[in-house]
Ligand binder design. Structure first.
Ligand SMILES: [Zn+2]
Length: 346
């Protein structure tokens, strides 16, 4: 081989190597916002999706925690997609503060009253004179869209983020009756709060499935798996409603049968003993992570201290899930250098 030909071959090989960029996998960060919700998903294409934005006020404590993870840990400069599951302050209160810290390109929510969606209720606002509602409308003006069940976020190929419930309406799926329907516990009284209206997302990346149902409650949770299972098996489950037991319907848990569950509770919010019992009863569950210890319940009704991100009540430590590029394994780590465990997807 001449030197010239060798150089061309070598250059071609080098270029092919650099052009075919490595898939870095998918990352999910459960940001600690002390009993609120703020879950950041970063796709292999470096698109960012934040589901809920924590609490308002407190000198922008929660927006600062979110911006820290997005910029300093994930290395991003802006937020592509801000998703708000429902109109409670622990889910959309951080939007105003966040807009002071970074650019948000798109807003997605379950709708606002002015969208005039048919048959969608707004029991808890946001009312026109609510300062947080004013701030949200201002920040999202011209950049927001209501999401209905069955809609997907406009992401590059490789990751699918599908809304499976919105405004108390589940996605339409045809299939056989879920055999667990027969043993489902009785319905609760109708939940008239915004929790029942929560937007819920199913993220899919290769063999990996992640479920975030916001603060969805009992009867609507049941409608996602009974009589027809509209979800399927899940690898990673964000424990719904901060771990409260009016959510986390046992039949939903048994149907989605997660390998790992992460609970975004606070020291004095969520993390109920009954929810922990229901999760521990799941055969497939290999690990239950919590952002905090519930200070009101016993050690045995809490996650293992080694899998609890924050030992002190002020918190601030996140849980990081990394899905490997082949989609067959994922690791869960406390913060940037804490305990790391590896799991298989299915
Ligand atoms: Zn909440």
């Amino acid at each position: 081989m001449t030197l010239r030909l060798f150089t061309i071959v070598l250059t071609g090989w080098f270029l092919a190597g650099t052009v075919r960029a490595e898939d870095p996998g998918l990352d999910i960060y459960f940001v600690d916002v002390l009993g609120g919700a703020a879950t950041l998903i970063v796709t292999p294409e470096k698109e960012s999706i934040l589901i809920d934005s924590g609490w308002p006020g407190l000198e922008d404590r929660d927006p600062k925690r979110i911006a820290h993870v997005l910029k300093d840990v994930a290395g991003l400069k802006h937020l592509d997609h801000m998703v708000t599951t429902h109109w409670h302050v622990d889910h959309y209160g951080g939007v105003e503060g966040l807009t002071r810290l970074l650019e948000i390109k798109n807003f997605w929510d379950r709708g606002l009253p002015e969208d005039q969606l048919s048959d969608v209720a707004f029991p808890d606002g946001p009312k026109a004179d609510d300062p947080l509602g004013i701030a949200y409308r201002k920040a999202s003006a011209g950049k927001r869209k209501a999401v209905l069940a069955g809609n997907t976020l406009p992401l590059k190929p490789g990751v699918v983020a599908e809304a499976i419930v919105s405004g108390a309406k589940p996605i339409t799926v045809h299939g056989p009756v879920n055999p667990l329907t027969a043993s489902a516990p009785a319905d609760h009284e109708v939940d008239g709060s915004d929790n029942a209206q929560s937007l819920g997302f199913h993220f899919k990346y290769k063999d990996f499935d992640f479920l975030d149902l916001g603060d969805l409650t009992w009867n609507i949770e049941k409608s996602l798996v009974c009589p027809i299972d509209r979800i399927g098996k899940i690898d990673l489950y964000q424990v719904t409603h901060h771990g409260m037991d009016i959510s986390n319907h046992p039949t939903l848990l048994q149907t989605v049968s997660p390998t790992v569950a992460v609970m975004n509770n606070g020291p004095r919010k969520g993390g109920s003993a009954e929810t922990v019992k229901r999760l521990r009863a799941l055969k497939a569950l290999e690990a239950l992570y919590a952002l905090h210890k519930n200070q009101a319940t016993s050690a045995q009704d809490n996650a293992d201290p080694a899998l609890t991100a924050n030992a002190n009540a002020e918190g601030g430590q996140f849980v990081h899930v990394h899905v490997e590029p082949d989609g067959r394994h994922f690791t869960v780590r406390i913060g940037t250098d804490g305990l790391t465990k590896r799991f298989e997807t299915r």
